[in-house]
Design a protein. Sequence first.
Length: 476
Amino acid sequence: MEEKTASILGTLREYGETTSAHGIPRAVTTKSVPRRLFWTCLFLASFSYFCCQAYDLVNKYIDYPVTTDIKIQWSELEFPAVTICNANPLRFSKLLRLGHEGFQNAGFIPRPAKTSQGNQGKAQGGPFQQAQPTTVPSPTTTATTKATTADYDSADDDDYDYDYDDHHEDFKTANTFMGLIANLNSSTRQAIGHQARDFIQECQFDGRACSPKNFSIFTDSTYGNCFTFNKASGNTAPQSATSAGPLNGLSLILYIEQEEYIPSLTEKAGVRVVVHSPARWPFPEFEGFDAAPGFLTSAGLRLTSITRLGGRYGDCTNGGGYELLYPGTYTQTNCLVTCQQQHMVRVCGCADPSLRAPGNTTFCDSTTTSVDCKNRVRREIVTGVLACTCPASCSDKVYGKAIGLSEWPADSYLTNVLTKLQTKKGRRPGTAILGDTDRFKRNLLKLNIYYEALNYEKISESPGYEVTKIILNYVF
């Protein structure tokens, strides 16, 4: 036993004398006890520091950090999809002819007089004729006061009980209308909405003429018929931009038909515009910008391409395993509205009329109970009571926009525009519109969408710490 112990000690002593590790040979070979203690303590301190560093590096590695790289690149760019919607969801004359009792009860259209039922709807002009004035009874009666602004005392506000649980009249009106149109069949909704052949008076892309046939249609709960240019479909590749500037982008002249606006519903006049990736679904209620009549609205675009690392490096997804209500590629918005609708159906027993409904689910009505249930579901999603797992997309395109306005058309150019519209083929505004400058500017607008430059910002993630970096730090 003693021989075995002596052999082990001898081996350890031999290792200590010959090892290349700093400090150990000094501690073993020195005869001085203080020096031996000094070298031993120095070695242990160095070894402890090494262990701490190794621990930190391993922790850093298993946290899977990412490094964000930002580059400016140049290439021929895919042109985005452009979705346009009239601010008014349904044509008033068509709604009158529909004669839907629900719209009458809500005050969106007047009830027909008993003495003129046979002529119902005949007094209304078509979308390209001068509309006759129509008196629409308000669903509520407002008392008129003769008090002036000077008579108003803001101190009286202290005596008023603000109840934020009460819904505003505009909110109630919008919800009632969405509930009514949600229960119309899709063909009726499209038929009584604004039509592409009327709405899109002129179209050109990259200097070439285009037409309403180059737009796809879908129906939105807020804006009615919407039309998308350059939507990805089937084997057809989206259009590309070969040059920057307004002449090489999309240019539209749009006719909004203000005489067809619903008096008790539509408070703004113009067009809702959404610029998005050709493969994704647009949500005009949540995103986009407005273009006003009588103006040329220009949107200069800058593309940012974002690539995120998924898996252990981050919480993103390519959309696999997600069943979405709206077609197209996965987006966080698409996921969130799908999740909200699923919770709505489960908790309230009916679907939110502002969103698509899954399967044969019925839409909620506009009663206070249904609206309160919908708001409660939304609050509980925000506060985390109801879970919605919707990570960001691993691949994303963001279109930054610089929007400018100028009066259109210029006084000196008005004759050219009128001549162009009067001689165009197909549907065009009636002479009552084209012959009246004021009505013309209240009903037509121009929209230019283009790339400001063909360089784009590419943001990508890469692993911040890999095994090779650890090896390089400690071996070499």
